[in-house]
Design a protein around this ligand. Structure first.
Ligand SMILES: [Zn+2]
Ligand SMILES: [Zn+2]
Length: 1008
């Protein structure tokens, strides 16, 4: 049957008696035009505020806390994916009956904005002062926020857009200082002199998260460290030396520029070392100390083919210096640190006492600073995998070097500029012997040349290795030891407590997130939170001028500063006269001018946003979810966790969901040069937000999410199927008033009960999938429902009843009731994903209803049918599918036209006949044939059915299908071939039931 030709034959005599679908829900979605109009309408009505009012009294909150995007540049596809996934979660939580406010945020401080402002207005101290510079940064960020906000809203993302959180809000800045005060109060903040990643282009320390690894070509050199007393070192190997013989420990390094800061050579205590014949230096005989396992490879590099071992020794026996404590010396006389190391499980390295420093035993000579004596020390980090088994140690330029240098007292024994002889710009400091004023990367060559001249260079080659780079500048970074502020991982058990929170407080989606973040927390160094920049929130501490330790009343002072910052912004700190807060004490203290790492800004949003806004308050049983890209295990998830555990001892979130990045169809990263990028703004223009949203929901966010023009077209097709189903349901609900016409499910026709049950089952699947954030499953299930249960079954079968029966007949109202219920359920399933289309459907549905589908929760008026009925329907539909297949086959061969041209006889086993018997008069409507007879298989097959097919029901029973074309006349109204066509004197061209529907009491229908 086809809507457009139905009833067309008799010049429309019966046209008016057919109930064709009617709806203003357009077939063509026209989303790029329709959506902006709907947005404007929601804005005018204050939809978000109305929604909060409507749902504000719900018992439990489920809060998606927004990870702030950086306020710089137009939004790209990754932003769209992130914000839409968040919106889907928020909407699904509303549907599930939670209060689910969403406050979007922006990250506003930091270097990219500084750089953008510098480009336009110059650096601080040139044309603008710091205060003016900060004002320009603030203005710049505000503009970026406006641009991004408009695009986010266009995606259909619902939120408190007019009152978002911004990390540059005065209140936020003040609360950051309060958060820091709390972390300080709990003993996690330290001032350290430690190696941190340093970008010379940023001129600032970098956080772990700001580092990316790229290949770099570096010189790899072997350098001889000669023994000051060759005989003494050789003796440890049981060897003797002749006059003028050299004994040296060769080291291998890829960073020659660190040699000016070299203060020790570290050996592995458990490694076996050998003393071997090395290549002669001029006419002098050379013996080398190398790890036994590496000896052959090392000597090969030096052009020595034969390994001549002169003696062996364990690394542990070779050190020239013992760490304090092991040598019987007393523990440090430095006193405990500022916060009192409260006996955590991690022993902290004890520095050499001042008494011991003078007696440090030096074994080797620096390769080019003749007056510098070098100790041989031991460290477990030394391996025999590559190099020589001896590591040149510059405590100022590496984390392990620093740790071991601290353990042996070398850090305390040298001045900062000795340990770290380079400035923030990567140039050796004035006073650095030989290299002062040279840029470190360039100095590599000079150093190698100098080593060669002095005969200390044993080997030199170039290697390509993975090296840390600045994520913004893409330039290599260096470890630089400067005074910085840290959140200590172990000083007050932050690491242990964070790991506990990861495993005990949080559900991770996908589940591998748990191990990922745990391994990062396990291995991370202390968090360097200070930056030497202008646009940010100050580490508002007063430190004493001598020891540089925070004022004892810091917590209280920071609150006073916060109150000022709340009124005037971060500038209040810089403008503050220390005397105002400290009085006469001010002479002994100075203000810290470093600003906080931007990861701290966003990392304390749980405190500055969630804990501050009344509508985000949580009670017992309420939940918080964070949802970001998978790189945030080392970024925002990580910084938020550390600050929250540091402040409160627990995770800031109950659930964490991560999504992958967008790629093209071939799995390649999107980029300008490949020309495979897709901008969300263009998708809005060509397809509309709901298509983008449907793609995002259907793509598996746990992996990379592929998008291309072809994929977009495919998604648009999928959208059309859903839209058409909704349109068919809406069209058939024309004239239906649920208050007057809705039958209880149990009083509905069997097929309608079945359809409602399908919706019931589908909804259970969908609600469960929303709960575990399995959005692709939801889209798949909705599509299958539209295509299978609805499109090719229910909607097809009910057309006859809906179109031909009397408008207010029970049979028609029953179908309408089922469709009404199905659409009520379906519009809610769609509401989280198709933000616009769901509302469009909602507005056109019959009956009294609220302003938005989002005011509702999952539909509860669906019900499963009885087991007995289910059993029958399974058998009946099994028969239908076999018959449909058979009819389709013969239609394709041209033997019959429409299925309504056919009459069917089915022979079934007697137990199946029992199941079918009650439905025998209506089963033809289920199977869309003009007549259908069911008999037991034992009866002899009578003639007249030229086609006879033996087949098996899906439930296993063998049946025989007999098919023939009907010889009865065709009713021009319903197109069934019936013997009673023409039997009504007034209606010669229609069948008996049609005549009754047109003029009589109307037909009755029980089942289909
Ligand atoms: Zn940089
Ligand atoms: Zn008819």
């Amino acid at each position: 049957m086809n809507d457009s030709v139905k009833g067309g034959e008799d010049q429309g005599r019966y046209k008016g008696t057919i109930n064709l679908p009617q709806t203003s829900f357009a077939m063509k979605a026209d989303l790029p035009k329709r959506e902006p109009g709907m947005l404007a309408d929601w804005e005018k009505r204050g939809r978000y505020a109305a929604l909060q009012e409507h749902t504000g009294a719900r018992e439990h909150a489920f809060i998606l806390h927004d990870g702030p995007p950086y306020a710089n540049g137009a939004i790209h596809l990754g932003h769209a994916v992130n914000k839409i996934l968040k919106d889907i979660v928020v909407r699904s939580k509303l549907m599930a009956g939670f209060r689910s406010p969403y406050v979007p945020g922006w990250d506003c401080h930091g270097l990219p904005i500084e750089i953008a402002v510098e480009k336009k207005h110059g650096k601080v101290g040139q044309k603008v002062d710091a205060a003016e510079f900060r004002r320009l940064c603030r203005e710049y960020a505000a503009k970026q926020i406006d641009l991004q906000r408009a695009d986010f809203k266009r995606l259909g993302v619902l939120g408190e857009w007019e009152n978002p959180y911004k990390t540059m809000d005065f209140r936020y800045e003040a609360d950051m200082i309060r958060a820091l005060a709390k972390i300080h109060a709990r003993g996690h903040v330290t001032r350290g002199f430690k190696p941190v990643y340093w970008c010379f282009d940023c001129g600032s320390a970098l956080a772990e998260a700001e580092i990316e690894y790229q290949d770099k070509t570096s010189p790899a050199i072997d350098v001889a460290y000669d023994a000051i007393d060759p005989a003494a070192l050789a003796a440890k190997f049981g060897a003797t030396v002749g006059d003028g013989d050299i004994v040296a420990v060769p080291i291998w390094t890829t960073t020659p520029w660190t040699l000016p800061a070299s203060f020790a050579v570290t050996l592995g205590p458990e490694l076996d070392y050998v003393l071997v014949e090395g290549p002669p230096r001029g006419d002098r005989h050379v013996m080398l100390v190398v790890a036994e396992a590496l000896a052959e490879r090392v000597l090969m590099r030096y052009g020595v083919e034969e390994v001549r071992v002169l003696g062996r020794a364990k690394g542990a026996t070779l050190s020239s210096l013992l760490p304090p404590g092991e040598g019987g010396a007393s523990a440090s006389d430095e006193g405990s640190d500022a916060h009192g190391n409260s006996g955590g499980s991690e022993p902290s390295p004890q520095p050499l006492s001042r008494r011991e420093r003078g007696s440090v035993s030096r074994a080797l000579r620096h390769p080019f600073y003749d007056d510098r004596e070098i100790a041989i020390i031991l460290g477990d980090h030394v391996s025999a995998e590559d190099g020589t088994g001896a590591v040149h140690t510059a405590p100022g330029h590496g984390v392990e070097d620093f740790a071991v240098g601290q353990k042996y007292g070398l850090v305390d024994a040298h001045t900062p500029s000795e340990l770290n002889p380079m400035g923030p710009n990567g140039v050796y400091l004035p006073g650095t012997p030989i290299f002062a004023g040279q840029y470190i990367w360039k100095a590599n060559d000079t150093i190698i040349e100098l080593l060669r001249e002095r005969g200390m260079l044993l080997a030199h080659e170039k290697i390509v290795h993975s090296y840390p780079h600045c994520w913004r500048h893409k330039t290599p970074v260096a470890f630089r030891t400067t005074p910085q502020w840290f959140i200590a991982m172990d000083q007050a058990k932050l690491r242990g407590d964070s790991l506990k929170a990861i495993h005990e407080d949080v559900t991770w989606y996908p589940s591998w997130g748990e191990e990922r973040i745990a391994s990062m927390v396990e291995g991370r160094p202390d968090w360097c939170i200070s930056r030497q920049r202008t646009w940010g929130v100050p580490i508002a501490l007063f430190v004493d001028k001598v020891g540089k330790q925070p004022h004892p009343r810091s917590v209280e002072l920071m609150e006073q500063v916060a109150q000022r910052v709340e009124k005037e912004g971060a500038d209040a700190w810089y403008a503050l006269d220390a005397r105002d807060l400290l009085g006469d004490e001010a002479d002994d203290y100075e203000k810290v001018t470093d600003i906080l790492d931007v990861w701290f800004d966003s990392g304390v949003s749980h405190f500055c946003v969630l804990d501050q806004r009344a509508n985000l308050a949580r009670g017992p049983g309420d939940k918080v979810i964070y949802l970001e890209g998978s790189d945030q295990h080392r970024g925002w998830f990580h910084s938020s966790l550390l600050t929250s555990v540091a402040m409160h001892g627990r995770a800031p979130y109950d659930e964490v969901l991560t999504h992958g990045f967008t790629v093209d169809e071939q799995g390649r990263k999107m980029s300008k040069s490949l020309g495979n990028g897709i901008e969300p703004q263009d998708v809005m223009k060509d397809y509309g937000a709901d298509i983008l949203r449907l793609w995002i929901a259907s793509a598996d966010y746990r992996n990379e999410m592929a998008l291309s023009p072809t994929i977009l077209k495919r998604v648009a097709d999928a959208y059309r199927r859903i839209r058409n189903t909704a349109r068919f349901l809406l069209g058939n609900l024309h004239g239906f008033d649920p208050a007057r016409d809705l039958l209880p499910v149990k009083d509905s026709l069997l097929l309608d009960q079945w359809a409602v049950q399908q919706a019931f089952d589908t909804q259970e699947t969908i609600v469960a999938a929303y709960k575990r954030y399995d959005f692709p499953e939801i889209v798949q299930r909705i599509q299958n429902f539209c295509t299978n249960e609805m499109g090719s079954l229910y909607l097809d079968i009910t057309k006859d009843r809906l179109y031909t029966m009397r408008e207010d007949s029970r049979g028609r109202r029953s179908a309408q009731g089922a469709m009404y219920r199905i659409l009520e359920a379906m519009v809610r399933w769609l509401a989280p994903v198709l933000a616009f289309t769901a509302e469009e459907i909602w507005q056109l549905m019959p009956g009294e209803r609220g302003e938005s589908v989002l005011f509702e929760t999952w539909y509860t008026e669906l019900a499963p049918m009885s087991d007995g009925d289910q059993h029958s329907m399974t058998k009946l539909l099994g028969l239908r599918s076999k018959l449909t297949w058979e009819l389709e086959f013969h239609r394709n061969s041209g033997w019959i036209g429409s299925s309504l041209d056919a009459e069917v006889r089915v022979e079934v086993p007697s137990e199946v006949l029992e199941v079918f018997a009650p439905y025998k008069d209506e089963i033809r409507f289920l199977c869309l044939v003009s007549d259908m007879e069911i008999a037991t298989k034992s009866q002899t097959h009578s003639g007249g059915f030229p086609i006879s097919a033996q087949t098996v029901l899906p439930t296993g029973e063998e049946i025989i299908l007999g098919i023939r074309t009907s010889e009865a006349r065709k009713c021009i109204r319903c197109w069934h071939h019936r013997p009673d066509v023409g039997s009504h004197p007034e209606h010669r061209d229609i069948c008996g039931r049609c005549a009754s529907n047109v003029e009589g009491p109307g037909e009755d229908r029980q089942f289909f």
